[in-house]
Ligand binder design. Structure first.
Ligand code: ADP
Ligand code: MG
Length: 263
């Protein structure tokens, strides 16, 4: 079967410093893939490129017929501002934005579905709580409820269980596995290698460049993990992307990675 998402020689840079370098490979439809690698390996950058938040400096991402709405994305906790004055119910309903009318009004059905989703993640009765008042685990449950409402074909999770209590991790991992059983393609950045080996059949191991991508039992070998660590130790944050000739334009001052929407 052909891949749902294909990366072809993908390089993503920040001010010309490559965070993801020459990565090629594909995610099969309905696959369940862990992304693993050292800190600063380009894991978050790769997810942002896949959803179209960051544009390739080189190479391309083929998303076939997938549209923006087909992607559900859970950012790394550090990237989320929880001081924003918004209730649990509204946070969840934002997952239904694609169903909202032209003026962004939520329907009664959206509210009912949000309540139902909160029930599934174990947060009945939390609708009117301010998100700033929740524990890290409770907030992660809210974000999973939002993903439930979004009902996306492809779900990308960036370190969904980092700094989350064990019970919440167990409950939310179960939800991830259920999403995959329903036929959704799931891609998750994970730190816990035991969890990866136990539940994720495919692994993409990255240290800015690809270390390996395939069956978890083959990829998560000690030789590959040592290689990833050695590659991380060699990083030179000042090195520039090897852009093809003729693409040597000077970036504007303060130019961050170029952003583009998914077509
Ligand atoms: P990981 O998620 O694997 O820890 P990231 O994708 O967050 O790695 O980062 C990869 C590299 O890109 C790191 O060197 C990081 O410092 C750099 N980086 C990440 N985000 C930005 C940004 N917004 N601006 C400049 N550099 C960034
Ligand atoms: Mg990250």
């Amino acid at each position: 079967m052909s891949d749902l998402i294909r990366l072809e020689n993908l390089t993503v840079t920040y001010e010309r410093h490559p965070a993801v370098h020459h990565v090629s490979g594909g995610f099969a439809p309905g696959s369940l893939t862990a992304i693993a690698g050292p800190n600063g390996a380009g894991k978050s950058t790769l997810l942002k490129a896949i959803i179209g938040e960051l544009r390739p400096a080189e190479g391309r991402i083929d998303r076939g017929a997938l549209m923006r709405n087909d992607f559900g994305y859970l950012p790394q906790a550090a990237d989320i501002n929880r001081r924003f004055p918004i209730s649990v119910a509204d946070t969840v309903m934002l997952g239904a934005w694609k169903n909202a009318g032209a003026f962004g009004h939520f329907s009664r059905e959206d509210a009912a579905r949000a309540r139902e989703a909160l029930g599934i993640v174990g947060l009945c009765g939390f609708e009117n709580r301010h998100i700033g008042s929740l524990s890290a685990g409770q907030f992660q449950r809210v974000l999973f409820a939002r993903l439930l409402l979004q009902d996306a074909r492809v779900i990308l999770l960036d370190e969904p269980f980092t700094a989350i209590d064990q019970r919440t991790t167990r409950d939310l991992l179960e939800l991830v596995l259920r999403w995959n059983k329903e036929g959704r393609t799931v891609i998750a950045v994970l730190h816990d290698f035991e969890q990866v080996r136990a539940h994720f059949p495919e692994t993409l191991l990255i240290a800015r460049e690809l270390v390996g991508w395939g069956r978890t039992q083959d990829i998560m070998s000690s030789a590959n993990l040592v290689k990833a660590r050695a590659m991380a130790e060699r990083w030179d944050d000042e090195s520039e992307a090897c852009l093809p000739e003729g693409d040597e334009h000077e970036p504007a001052a303060g130019d961050h990675a170029r952003r583009e929407p998914v077509q």
